[in-house]
Design a protein around this ligand. Structure first.
Ligand SMILES: [Zn+2]
Length: 278
């Protein structure tokens, strides 16, 4: 049964609007935006018979963008929507803490004045636990620019696999590490980014030795390549966690525990155990 508002005669003027919120992503395998098939690009005609996506046009059924847009667009009788995230996490990375800010741009809405809190609850209910949202706030277009151009430190929770036994003294020293690291452009992105050395500040907030590795929380300056800091990327990041622990390390699982925007209290940076362990 469709809400009454979507049955209104669709002949009113169209307007654009911007809704700001934050999302928490609580499942892995969910991309932030529509994951178009790289072979056919989701094109209506080209995707027919596409061997990579079998005509689906996308490589995942859902994305944060679609979970939100699918509920907003019909209710607002809008043509289409655009998702503007303040950065993005990888598809297999959870987005925890206060969540990641975003602005959802609604284009060509005939019915823009809907109840945003009811909308938010509906999105969360239909997402079945995959995402949670902060209350929507109507904002101006300049908020898209703000989130695109402003960079924030982040706290990550990392599950690390170590290839060898970890010396307790070295683990204790690594748990205290706070300083500058030098990262040469990682090998995995060197084909599309300039190959140069960058200095980044990084602080380990907590570290526990686990079965076969360590689990840690680390605060990183924006633009830090965390996986490469863990492995060392064959000597291209120094000092790496592998250097600090004296054994080769690789990232087993990574979550964004917090994005340190102005709204997030700085005490969050000091707490090493405010996230429930999964
Ligand atoms: Zn395809």
């Amino acid at each position: 049964m469709e809400p009454a508002e979507t049955r209104r005669p669709a002949d009113g003027p169209r307007s654009n609007l911007w809704l700001e919120s934050r999302y928490r992503k609580l499942v892995r395998g969910l991309p932030q935006t529509i994951f178009y098939c790289p072979k056919c690009k989701g094109d209506r005609r080209r995707r027919k018979g596409c061997p990579q996506c079998e005509g689906f046009g996308k490589l995942t059924k859902e994305s944060v963008q679609e979970l939100i847009g699918r509920r907003i667009l019909p209710r607002m009788q809008a043509k289409t929507g655009k998702f503007h995230g303040a950065g993005r996490e990888d598809i297999d990375v959870l987005m925890l803490g206060r969540g990641r800010p975003f602005v959802y741009e609604v284009i060509g809405a005939r019915n823009p004045l809907i109840d945003l809190e009811e909308l938010r609850r509906d999105i969360e209910a239909r997402a079945e636990g995959a995402i949670e949202l902060d209350p929507f706030v109507r904002v101006g277009r300049e908020r898209v620019v703000y989130w695109k151009n402003t960079h924030f430190d982040k706290i990550y929770r990392v599950d690390v696999a170590a290839d060898g036994a970890i010396d307790p003294a070295r683990a204790a020293a690594a748990a205290q590490f706070a300083g500058t690291i030098v990262q040469r452009t990682p090998q995995r992105v060197a084909h599309r980014r300039a190959d140069l050395d960058r200095e980044r500040s990084l602080a380990v907030l907590g570290l526990a030795v686990t079965d076969g590795g360590v689990e840690l929380r680390v605060r990183c300056q924006h633009g830090t390549y965390v996986k490469e800091w863990i492995s060392g990327d064959e000597g291209r990041t120094t000092p790496s966690l592998s250097d600090l622990l004296g054994v080769p390390c690789t990232c087993r699982q990574l979550d964004v525990a917090e994005i340190l925007t102005d709204e997030v209290p700085t005490t969050a940076t000091l707490s090493v155990d405010s996230e429930p362990r999964s």
